[in-house]
Design a protein around this ligand. Sequence first.
Ligand SMILES: Nc1nc2c(c(=O)[nH]1)N[C@H]1C(S)=C(S)[C@@H](COP(=O)(O)O)O[C@H]1N2
Ligand SMILES: [Mo]
Length: 543
Amino acid sequence: MNTKLRSFVAGAVGMVVAFGIVELVHGLYQPVPSVLLAVAQRVIEFTPGEFATRAVETLGKADIPVLITVTTLLTLALAGFLAYLSLRSRLLALAGVVVLAVVALAASFTEPSVVPVPTILTIVGALYAGSVVARFLLSASELRASESVSQQEPTAEAEGEPSTVGVRSKEAHSTRGIAVPRRNFLLLSGGAAVAGLAAGGAGRLLGGGSAQQTSTAAPLELPGSAASVAETLPTPPPEASIDVPGMPPVITPAEDFYLIDTVITPPRIDAESWTLKVMGEVDNPIELSYNDLISLPTRESDVTLSCISNEVGGSLVSNGRWTGVLLSDVLAEAGVSRDKISQASEQLVGRSVDGWTAGFQTDIALDGREALVAFGLNGSELPLDHGYPVRLVVPGLYGYVSATKWLTEIELTDWDFDAYWIQRSWAKEGPIQTQSRIDTVGDDDNLSAGTVQIGGVAWAPHRGIDRVEVSTDNGETWNDAQLATQLALDTWRLYVYDWEAEPGEYTLKVRATDGEGETQTEEEAAPHPSGATGYHTVKATVS
Ligand SMILES: Nc1nc2c(c(=O)[nH]1)N[C@H]1C(S)=C(S)[C@@H](COP(=O)(O)O)O[C@H]1N2
Ligand SMILES: [Mo]
């Protein structure tokens, strides 16, 4: 192993130790953030529009492990480079470590629940420990000693900087005292890396860092008894479902509900200390506790939510049974009513504890649709990653303009404010496009001749679905599908078409007509900037 490589390894191992220490502290004490995740989170937020859009939205959560891995590797490489640099100039290397510390602190201080002093101590301490380890490994490999003694051309800094020379020669002297044979370098590095990884692993385990907790949401507890739910919904009638293999259930189980957001780990919010502010252009700014909120008239409402990034035929759409209070009731508490909306209060912005925002026309919250400040999904509390304790759900609007999770603030403001995804070049208004999907036949399926049930879901939330047609000849002719009962105008509707299939190659298509008589457009559009359009198309062979 040559000099360069050894110093590089020493630096990288030092950084593994530093990361391990921070993760361990984070595991023991959550208010000290995981620096790695904090940095990765800031990378997501600072990534400009188009790229962020593709990476965060379209790939959903799949890109996050990639992002974390890349961030880790880059930091390790940087640490390795700094260790190498330290052979030439300790001052430059030290400056590099200071920059790392500043970046780590800046990233960490943006985390929602950070506590400053322990965070500073942890980060500075971890970097210090990491440098000590790196220096020890360098000396163990006798690099520092031999370099400083035998280097023919000492760098200008080393020569001209008395304090550096002083430190260096002292170092060279002392390291000889503890010099370890070169062959132990790999062993020592390996040992230090394992210790760092073990500390980090222990931290992750302690903090339950990767638990998403979708499936562990607690049953919803409302004041008094469940009877205080003013309007509970009956169990969906059997006619709302269609029993064909491949068909989705009419209400999506929480653990299958699609998941899209910009956070690496969902904020952990204590409902006891959580509050919701309603502020901005309102007569009577208020701040509600969780108990204040759930003491307002509660209702259940079936609403289909879709992500604007959903491709035609994609799965970023789900139907939930939400429990909450009417957004209009919460607004009324703050003195907001429909006749009082002005230019200055034209937009309703939901703000999450992590600063994420979504905005839509205030009028939509008051036009009679059941826009909810929701705290329950399918009879349980909101799962952590779907917004616990409280989120917004607005029928008819894509999530990026409306469905703020981990909600903590509702601000009434003018139309000039651009929320998170608007700043990143998505359309300012996000009404959900009418869409339909074939679920029971997959692309390139081989089907047997006879009756083939082509079925799936169609949705135009808040407009409803009046008709679904299926074509088996690439759109030449269309056949009416049977429709299941629609739970509500705000939900998707299941359909099935019984096709008498004869052997051959087929191109199947589906199209839906909404409750206003408008058939979904055939024109194909990508999700960006206003949502995907076009007919879902599936090729199948019948034999
Ligand atoms: N705080 C916060 N809320 C958010 C988001 C986010 O990134 N952060 N993403 C939004 C988007 S783009 C969508 S499509 C929905 C998805 O909600 P779900 O993950 O519960 O399905 O949440 C919305 N609410
Ligand atoms: Mo979305």
